[in-house]
Design a protein around this ligand. Structure first.
Ligand code: NAP
Length: 464
């Protein structure tokens, strides 16, 4: 896979980068290891000072950083600026919390003398494989916790966002990170084994598809490296009969169509109780009709192209397969036709999806919603859980206690009441089932790749 920027709106190949050689990767591993030896010994405040500076640079140059995202993967400039702000917030979160997270934890013990504590230690190099749909946010999610904890990173970003990959590496260098603390590598898929097999690499974090997760988790298993997998999703969006329907439909249109539907935790399956199904459908169409397609660099654009033409073609094929299995497809109007140029996919909605339709088992990574009619709350939960994925989900009801009870029965890592799954610096992220394992963000993500060591200084002589 060649590393290159192809603008999804203009189709122009703007920049290409050579793939790293085996020798270059070997040198990067050496540099990262040397950097780790010094970085891990620094007081945590010296490490978080780098993150603090990086957050400041991002905030001061938000439009410039955002423009790279819009150019490389097509998201609207407004969403891109939001992503830059969120990435800065994640860096700042660990500036504020890393010292506290690193503190030793005394364990309650019935020993009359001495103490047992858990101490936390960075381990070395982590290999991160990251996707293009949130090119900075995904990097911040691993870099902020792990760098503040004292680990160092070798990062393979997606091949279509090389400029964002370089911009993030340069951001940390500008902020004062020593060379080797954060290294971007334009690695081929095959190079993953060279990196993961290196004994100085102590962990592997991947965010991406199930297919990539299976390959990288397999290599992590082969070389006995701890791994976290943040994979795809098919989030349910349950609408109960007591939901505030106008507000719910608005959330549905945003939840399914922001980032051109290319979000792991998009609202992908609307599961609506029969008594409000028709009204919800009508309101959803009206909300989608407010979205405005156009040049993603234009701040008035609210519906973006997908990240490349191949994905548009793949999504059409996926819809055709669902229709061949009996689903109906409805084209949804926006406030204007999608432009002739650019990798646009005009929003669609699948209905009449039978339980055996392959669509029930797949992630639609673009602006195609699925709409299910269910009898009641009980059936809604059943349909929601009949998915191989378990990332997020949401429940819409005016009765929050009822929403929480439904949330408890959903087999996913995250559930939101009255809004779609969202992302914030101080809320952890992670799924179950085929959506992966492990967490990113807050102390959960911080601890994933630390050696949490037992230090026992209890006087046991009297016991023998
Ligand atoms: P992808 O094809 O799996 O790519 C993700 C990353 O994995 C890229 O860097 C890609 O590199 C790399 N990769 C793919 N196959 C590989 C292999 N065999 N060996 C080594 N590296 C490999 O995913 P995508 O289609 O770009 O991204 C969308 C998927 O990511 C969706 O399923 C989405 O739900 C999921 N996602 C999950 C989360 C989460 O937090 N759970 C967040 C965002 C996205 P190349 O670009 O070079 O192929």
């Amino acid at each position: 896979m060649a590393y290159k920027t192809t603008n999804p709106y203009t189709g122009v190949v703007e920049k290409e980068f050579p793939t790293a050689t085996t020798a270059e990767i070997a040198a990067d591993l050496d540099t990262a290891h040397e950097a780790f030896l010094a970085w891990s010994e620094l007081p945590v405040e010296k490490r978080t000072a780098v993150l603090d500076k990086a957050a400041q640079i991002l905030r001061e140059n938000a439009h410039e950083y955002a423009t790279i995202l819009t150019t490389e993967m097509g998201k609207t400039i407004t969403e891109a600026e939001g992503e830059v702000a969120l990435s800065a917030d994640i860096l700042s979160y660990y500036v504020d919390h890393a010292a506290e997270f690193l503190k030793p934890r005394p364990l309650p013990t019935d020993a009359s003398e001495g103490e047992v504590v858990l101490t936390k230690h960075p381990q070395g190099i982590l290999f991160c494989v990251e996707p293009w749909n949130f090119p900075y946010y995904q990097l911040a999610r691993v870099a902020a916790p792990q760098l503040s904890a004292g680990n160092v990173l070798i990062v393979k970003h997606a091949s279509n966002v090389p400029q964002a990959a370089v911009a993030f590496e340069e951001l940390l260098l500008k902020a004062g990170a020593p060379k080797g603390v954060y290294t971007n590598v334009f690695a081929s898929h095959e190079a993953s084994e060279q990196i993961i097999s290196d004994t100085r690499v102590r962990g592997v974090a991947l965010t991406g598809s199930e297919a990539a997760g299976a390959v990288i988790a397999g290599l992590a298993g082969k070389y006995l490296k701890k791994s976290t997998m943040e994979l795809g999703g098919a989030d349910a969006f349950i609408v109960l009969e007591d939901a505030d329907l106008p507000a719910t439909a608005k959330m549905a249109a945003i939840g399914r169509n922001w980032n051109a539907g290319q979000v792991c935790c998009s609202s992908k399956r609307f599961i609506v109780v029969d008594s409000v199904y028709d009204e919800f459908l009508d309101l959803y169409k009206k909300e989608v009709a407010k979205l405005h397609p156009g040049d993603p660099m234009d701040p008035s654009t609210t519906f973006a192209p997908m990240h490349d033409a191949a994905s548009v073609a793949d999504l059409h094929k996926q819809v055709e397969k669902a229709v061949a299995a009996g689903a109906k497809v409805e084209d949804l109007a926006l406030d204007a036709p999608v432009p002739e140029q650019g990798a646009f996919f005009a929003p669609q909605l699948l209905t009449d999806i039978a339980p055996e339709n392959p669509a029930t088992q797949e992630e639609f990574f673009g602006p195609v919603g699925q709409l299910y009619r269910v009898k009641d709350e009980e059936e809604a939960i059943k349909v929601a859980n009949a998915s191989p994925f378990g990332l997020g989900g949401s429940v819409f009801t005016t009765d929050e206690e009822r929403g929480k009870k439904v949330a408890a029965r959903l087999d996913t890592g995250m559930v939101y009441i009255n809004h779609p799954t969202w992302v914030k610096a101080d809320i952890p992220f992670g799924g179950v089932k085929n959506s992966g394992y492990g967490h990113e963000l807050i102390d959960l993500g911080f601890n994933e790749f630390l050696n949490i060591k037992v230090v026992d200084v209890t006087d046991v002589h009297s016991a023998f």
